[in-house]
Design a protein around this ligand. Structure first.
Ligand code: BGC
Length: 466
């Protein structure tokens, strides 16, 4: 969908004066002018500098210990574990030496037991299943398999294959892990199964995305996830990282995991909070954390929309004041419903009608109700895309010198890939803040499945450079 569609104003055909007034208010809250974005970007840049100078800041700017770049001519097969917000995947990644990869992977859904207690044993069992199903389990005489571990949560990395979990995000909250080395936890679980598998690299999914983009395109400088959660990693000159006390890498650079989802979480001042965001935050499992992520990423946008819908229904401005048990339940609106609603161009908005009446079980909906529903989806999506541009612009302007030649930004995640208009609005908004002659050098590319592929690449590079 073209960005102009998402830019539609909040005038609702057939709406009453009260409905229109409520929609105009939403428009004011959600359609952020460039000046507002500029102010947020300025603060974002300040927070980046703060995070480069010292540990424990709101933007953590975590050194990843990845100091190399793939050349694109590497060959061979490598393994990875990709623990994301929703699934666990085990992959065998084969590099073709020409920047291309093929993957063989198996997806596992985290069981309740894994989520609440036995996460690392569960992961080890999945590795075992993957290897056994393919007859790949190393015997006593064979060298152990090296595996890269993509762990999409904030970790204070202590080496390329160790790191302490700082906190859980994105709805996962397994007790007993915060403050511990997640590689140790996994390696011990693998040992308990007698598997000859060595965790050679611990990689954030954004770092993986960047490395997989770099294997394909050496001009890659930034890796971003706009998915269930959000975050970015980029190559930084080590001399700019005042807090880095380790040896200077030969390359002079290192990938930093920004953990940008936490932006503004300490003082809740700069982002455009509405009562609907505050309500979500208060009821989330991590209140006063991941403030930026909660306005941009897939885990949360459906819930922001649900809060808006109930606010309207409670004033009898929507669904004639009716709700349903489903709609009353937290998280009942999946962000994918917003995606479908935002592109429903049928004359009677029949897809939206289906969502309202069948999925959410609200008895009936008028055309005005459906138009309002669509506008809410569009507003929440547009705000997410424009706020996403803030992080991109802040990161690009941090290394503006790179923009004198072509650079690639590798991006993965469901919001970027599937939310209608998201990519277009993101790129367009970035273009408002970067000089034209520099903006033309930026390429945004989809780094599909980059997180797992990148972890295998890092495991390969880490093993080769040891
Ligand atoms: C996590 C990051 C991760 C991002 C995208 C956030 O919730 O804190 O580590 O990169 O989600 O998956």
């Amino acid at each position: 969908m073209a960005s102009s569609t998402l830019n539609l104003c909040c005038t609702i055909e057939g709406a009453s004066a009260e409905q229109q007034a409520a929609m105009d208010l939403l428009g004011k809250q959600f359609l952020l002018p460039d000046e507002r974005l500029a102010a947020i970007t300025k603060e974002f840049r300040r927070r980046m500098e703060e995070g480069l100078a010292a540990d424990g800041k709101v933007l953590k700017m975590i050194p990843s210990f990845v100091t190399w770049r793939p050349k694109g001519n590497e060959t061979g097969s490598y393994f990875a574990i990709d623990l994301g917000g929703t699934n666990l995947r085990i992959l065998k990644v084969t590099l073709d030496g020409k920047g291309g990869v093929t993957t063989e992977h198996q997806k596992f859904t985290l069981t309740q037991e894994a989520k609440s207690r036995t996460l690392f044993d569960f992961i080890a069992q999945c590795v075992e299943t993957f290897l056994d199903d393919r007859n790949l389990r190393p015997t006593g005489r064979q060298p152990p398999i090296s595996i890269g571990f993509t762990f999409s949560y904030p970790v204070q990395q202590t080496s390329i294959n160790s790191g302490i979990l700082v906190q859980w995000t994105k709805g996962l909250n397994v007790p007993g892990c915060v403050g511990r080395d997640v590689v140790r936890l996994l390696q011990d679980a693998l040992l308990r199964l007698g598997l000859r598998v060595k965790v050679a690299a611990l990689v954030n999914d954004t770092v993986g995305t960047l490395l997989s983009a770099a294997y394909n395109d050496p001009s890659s400088q930034i890796g971003i996830i706009f998915g269930t959660g959000t975050n970015a990693a980029y190559y930084e000159d080590v001399s700019n990282v005042a807090k880095w006390k380790g040896a200077n890498p030969a390359s002079g650079e290192m990938v930093l995991n920004m953990e940008w989802g936490a932006f503004d979480s300490d003082d809740f001042t700069f982002l455009p909070y509405t009562p609907h965001d505050i309500k979500l935050d208060r009821k989330s499992i991590n209140p006063r954390k991941q403030a930026y992520e909660k306005m941009i990423s897939g885990l949360y946008l459906g819930e922001v929309a649900r809060n808006i819908i109930l606010w309207l229904a409670d004033q009898r401005l929507l669904f004639d004041g009716r709700s349903s048990e489903i709609l009353n339940a937290m998280w009942s609106i999946d962000t994918s419903y917003l995606s479908s609603a935002a592109i429903d161009n049928t004359s009677d908005l029949s897809k939206i009608q289906q969502i309202i009446e069948k999925t959410l079980n609200v008895p009936t909906s008028t055309m005005v109700d459906r138009r309002i529903f669509k506008t809410i989806a569009v507003l929440v999506g547009e705000r997410a895309a424009r706020l996403s541009a803030v992080g991109v612009v802040a990161t690009l302007t941090k290394r503006l010198e790179l923009l004198s030649k072509k650079i690639n930004i590798g991006i993965d995640g469901s919001m970027y890939e599937h939310f209608p208009g998201f990519k277009e609005i993101l790129a367009e908004t970035v273009s408002h803040f970067i000089p034209k002659d520099k903006f033309k050098n930026i390429n945004f590319s989809l780094a599909k499945d980059g997180s797992g592929i990148g972890a295998a690449i890092v495991a390969m590079l880490a093993t080769q450079t040891q």
